[in-house]
Design a protein around this ligand. Structure first.
Ligand code: FAD
Ligand code: MG
Length: 298
């Protein structure tokens, strides 16, 4: 049997794409490995009607509603390869199971590569974040840190004073110019030179940043810029990629079409600064565009 579309990734973007196709009575298979990017965070913020809801609850309700449609199927697993071309794609899972589809929607998200500071990975999503809009507000106006890994830290250093008293830890990774120092000063950002040794959780609900020279800074939260890693599937399919400050993403047009006919991409795979809201919006567009090409051709 051939599906109208296979959606690779059954999280916010993929579920939103699936919903549009399901409502158009199209045959859809969602394949999902169950590892959404925000699984480390106990609460998700900024998505209308779901502000503060656990991320998995949002996805579970969306999945339950999608699966009410009789033309939708779900397969848990990891896609290993996609071959073929429009109207005749083959999707192979780890383990060998193979499915066929006329269209492919890539909604597989990205993987975060975190700075290699001891103690940091354990706090990802709890006290260490990358998106101030998602997790800045809950930090109150207590101390907020920015850990520099490159010049990108300038962006966090300039933003975060709106969420609380901010210290930028240069960590020998970024040397601001005089102009940048003036800009940071105007925003009230403090600057700490020297190397950071490790991060540790405190029993007061925050973290401590411990410097190489043994100084300790108590923080409500720490912001970092992870490197983004794309699923190899986009490269395998030959989709054109584009640079973003945090890593490569799949290049799409306003309809979420990639450079390969019949392949659409949405969510964090196809935009640099992702969120649940944007994943849902781009996913809905990918679903509509896919349907459009099923009706009218590529
Ligand atoms: P994801 O949600 O990452 O889902 C991708 C899915 O594809 C996963 O289930 C994965 O297992 C699956 N997959 C990947 N490869 C394959 C494959 N080969 N085969 C099958 N399945 C595959 N955003 C907000 O709006 N508010 C927040 O509060 C917020 N907090 C965050 C906290 C943290 C710590 C992080 C890292 C991110 C946060 N985000 C938040 C951003 C949000 O997580 C992403 O923007 C969102 O998850 C993107 O949705 P997506 O559907 O594109 O990808
Ligand atoms: Mg895009």
């Amino acid at each position: 049997m051939q599906f109208d579309s296979i959606i690779i990734g059954g999280s916010y973007a993929g579920l939103a794409a699936g919903l549009q196709l399901a409502r158009a009575r199209r045959r859809v298979l969602v394949i999902d490995a169950g590892r959404p990017r925000n699984r480390f965070a106990p609460h998700s913020h900024g998505f209308l009607t779901q502000d503060g809801t656990p991320p998995a609850e949002i996805a579970a309700e969306a999945r339950a509603q999608l699966m009410e449609y009789p033309t939708v199927e779900w397969q848990t697993g990891l896609v290993e390869a996609v071959t073929g071309e429009a109207n005749n794609f083959q999707v192979v899972l780890v383990g060998g199971r193979t499915y066929k589809a006329r269209r492919i929607i890539l909604a597989a998200g990205v993987t975060d590569e975190l700075p290699s500071l001891p103690g940091l990975a354990e706090q990802w999503g709890k006290h260490v974040f990358h998106c101030p809009y998602c997790h800045g507000y809950e930090l109150g106006i207590e101390g907020i840190g920015v850990l520099a890994t490159s010049e990108l830290a300038m962006h966090h250093g300039m933003m975060l004073p709106d969420w609380g008293a901010t210290t930028l830890f240069l960590n020998d990774a970024f040397e601001p110019s005089n102009e940048q120092l003036t800009q940071l000063e105007a925003r009230g950002t403090r600057i700490e030179c020297g190397a950071v040794a490790r991060l540790a959780e405190t029993d007061k609900g925050g973290v401590e940043l411990i410097m190489q020279d043994s100084r300790v800074f108590a923080l409500a939260g720490l912001f970092v810029a992870p490197r983004l890693h794309l699923s190899p599937l986009a490269v395998q399919l030959g989709c054109e990629l584009e640079e973003s400050p945090m890593g490569l993403v799949v290049k799409t047009d306003a309809m979420q079409a990639t450079s390969i006919p019949g392949v659409f991409a949405c969510g964090d795979m196809a935009r640099a600064a992702g969120s649940v809201t944007f994943a849902v919006a781009d996913g809905a567009m990918a679903g509509l565009s896919t349907h459009r090409t099923l009706m009218f051709g590529l």
